[in-house]
Design a protein around this ligand. Structure first.
Ligand code: NAI
Length: 309
């Protein structure tokens, strides 16, 4: 199945989907990128093409973190114009354009109901041999597969953020995922230069099962006044040798995504230790979703030169 893959569909052109699409493009696949929000299909999608075109992958992880968190990225899309990669990337709001795709990677909002509805639609409009993969951080692949007539071709393909730069893909087999689907998905991830780890289909899989409780605990540490946000992040960054602290990482992931994952862990694993911190809930209620909104735990908005004192 994998050797015939020529066309990839990606649904959801947010932080993850745009990066996954770039991986396909850079690998020589024709990529259809679908989003219901026209704004999400704008020049931002060229971001990672430009990063890769300019060979920034050779930079150290710490410097990459600095670059990704810096507002200077805004001017990068224009630099990608003229490279050949964008020609293989087609953006659309019509799901039916995915009819020729060999694999579709879903990267929409982390909601089981919304994803199930999409999987049911994809099942109807894609060719019978197509693999339906989900980039979900935590939701049951088996339950997503139940919305389709082809559960043996449904699989979890969980990229890390940002997909072009992070070396890992977690592959999750649902109860009925076939060996062929697993092999083809693993081979594709390896073609993208990723190391694959395989997880059973339990809430949060491997990475988020461990990472999200740490992030949630960082919120509790802030919420209960143990330390300032700066000291919590510096403590974990320097004390445990991580490229960024947990609160900044949460901003980078998206606080709405973090909250959704904590809810899935809480419900799916049935243990009160996974209850989301009230401060995380409050930030999301206030629309402080992190770097993508300019403000989360930290403030990423720039004060324009003209209004500086
Ligand atoms: P995001 O909020 O940046 O993007 C989601 C995109 O999906 C938006 O552009 C939205 O317009 C679009 N969308 C929503 N419903 C749609 C539909 N029915 N059809 C087409 N497009 C639709 O979210 P992000 O961060 O990219 O996350 C996407 C998925 O990837 C989630 O399942 C999340 O858990 C997972 N993920 C997120 C990571 C992160 O660090 N943010 C890391 C790994 C996985």
């Amino acid at each position: 199945m994998e050797e015939k893959m020529k066309v990839m569909g990606v649904v959801g052109s947010g932080q993850m989907g745009s990066g996954i699409a770039q991986l396909g493009v850079m690998d020589g696949l024709d990529v259809w990128l679908v989003d219901t929000d026209p704004d999400a299909l704008g020049p931002r999608n060229l971001l990672f093409v430009s990063i890769m075109s300019f060979g920034w992958l050779r930079l150290s992880p710490n410097l990459l973190v600095e670059i990704l968190l810096s507002e200077s990225l805004i001017c990068i899309p224009q630099m990608a114009v003229g490279t050949d990669a964008p020609r293989r990337l087609r953006c659309t709001s019509n799901l039916k354009d995915l009819h020729s795709a060999d694999i579709i990677v879903e990267a929409i909002v982390e909601s089981e109901d919304v994803k199930k509805k999409l999987f049911s639609e994809l099942d109807k409009i894609t060719k019978a041999s197509a693999i339906l993969a989900s980039n979900t951080s935590s939701i049951s692949i088996t339950r997503l597969a139940s919305a389709t007539s082809r559960p043996c071709q449904v699989i979890g393909m969980h990229f890390m953020n940002p997909p072009p730069l992070m070396k890992l893909v977690e592959v999750i087999r649902g109860a009925d995922t076939s060996d062929e689907t697993f092999r083809a998905t693993k081979a594709l991830a390896e073609r993208f230069g990723k190391t694959v780890v395989c997880s059973q289909d339990y809430a949060g899989f491997i990475v988020n099962r461990i990472l999200m409780p740490m992030i949630n605990e960082a919120f509790f540490t802030l919420y209960t006044g143990v330390a300032t946000k700066e000291d919590i992040d510096a403590g974990m960054k320097l004390g445990t040798n991580q490229p960024m602290g947990p609160l900044q990482l949460a901003d980078f992931i998206g606080l709405d995504v973090c909250l959704s994952i904590m809810k899935v862990l809480h419900t799916g694993l049935g243990d009160s230790k996974y209850a989301p911190c009230p401060l995380l809930v409050q930030y999301v209620d206030a629309g402080r979703l992190g770097k993508k909104r300019g403000i989360g735990v930290f403030d990423y908005r720039r004060v324009p030169e003209s209004v500086k004192p």
